[in-house]
Ligand binder design. Structure first.
Ligand code: NDP
Length: 250
């Protein structure tokens, strides 16, 4: 039996990068999916078409919305629930980086990262929490980063937001455990996506040398863990932060 058979998954930021990898992986594991994205309309449509061709009996729905917009997200989460019938797994994956040394960072760069990476956790999870409690089951998976655990120069905004995600994960896991709802965080190291593409080649080369596994991570590396955390095979795991980084942080 596939790991996510009979489960419905909601992924934020599913149009590209790790999120698109998650969409592919959860469908492969038997789930139906709705994903949110903000501006990559073509990529989202292409992904839905690819999934429809590959898994004609499973739904893959793309919904355009800003994960940091409280009202919009209430509506979007409600629509996703109505379309799929219920949500069993929420993956809070959408995120942005706006790197700068703090001395040169603008308030806009700080705010954008906080609102998108951290604000979205409230916006996407709050409307779903009661529903999951009533169901008596559910798995919430939050995408943090090794930067949120160890810090990262030039990323005070990003690292702060990702550290906040860890606090959110631990607090909410304590709130929801007795209702059968689990909350965990995944902390990728360097995964080959467009987010990494903006890094200077020289920094990337130095980073690669620091990874004991000798390579950047793939979106599949992250997706395999997310599928496990979304499935009942991880039924006794909650409140954890699990690193997927090829040993970068050893
Ligand atoms: P990408 O930049 O490749 O993709 C980001 C995704 O988030 C896109 O689908 C984008 O949609 C969506 N998104 C961004 N802002 C919003 C918004 N306001 N509303 C709705 N959707 C939004 O990033 P990655 O795939 O690399 O990263 C995914 C997650 O993993 C992030 O949280 C990131 O911080 C985390 N991470 C990534 C690492 C890496 O090495 N890549 C390392 C550690 C953590 P659209 O294109 O439509 O705007």
């Amino acid at each position: 039996m596939r790991m996510l058979e009979q489960k419905n998954v909601l992924v934020t930021g599913g149009s590209r990068g790790i999120g698109a990898g998650l969409v592919r992986a959860v469908l492969q594991e038997g789930a139906e999916v709705a994903f949110f994205y903000r501006q990559s309309v073509e990529a989202a449509e292409r992904l839905c078409q690819e999934m429809a061709d590959r898994y004609p009996d499973q739904r893959c729905l793309a919904m355009q919305c800003d994960v940091a917009d409280t009202r919009g997200m209430q509506e979007a989460v409600k629509n996703a629930t109505l379309e799929l019938g219920r949500i069993d797994v929420l993956v809070n994956n959408a995120g942005v980086s706006r790197d700068a040394m703090l001395a040169r960072m603008t308030r806009e760069q700080w705010d954008e990262v906080m609102t998108t990476n951290l604000g979205s956790l409230f916006c996407a999870t709050q409307p779903l929490a009661l529903q999951l409690v009533k169901q008596g089951s559910g798995s919430i998976i939050n995408m943090t980063s090794s930067a949120g655990i160890y810090g990262s120069s030039g990323q005070t905004n990003y690292a702060t937001s990702k550290a906040g995600i860890i606090g959110f994960t631990k607090a909410l896991s304590k709130e929801l455990a007795e209702f059968g709802v689990r909350v965990n965080a995944v902390a990728p190291g360097f995964i080959a996506t467009e987010m990494i593409d903006v890094m200077p080649e020289d920094r990337l080369r130095r980073m690669r040398l620091r990874i004991p596994a000798g390579r950047l991570g793939t979106t599949e590396d992250v997706a395999h863990l997310v599928c496990f955390l979304g499935s009942d095979r991880s039924a006794y795991i909650t409140g954890q932060v699990i690193q997927v980084d090829g040993g970068l942080t050893l």
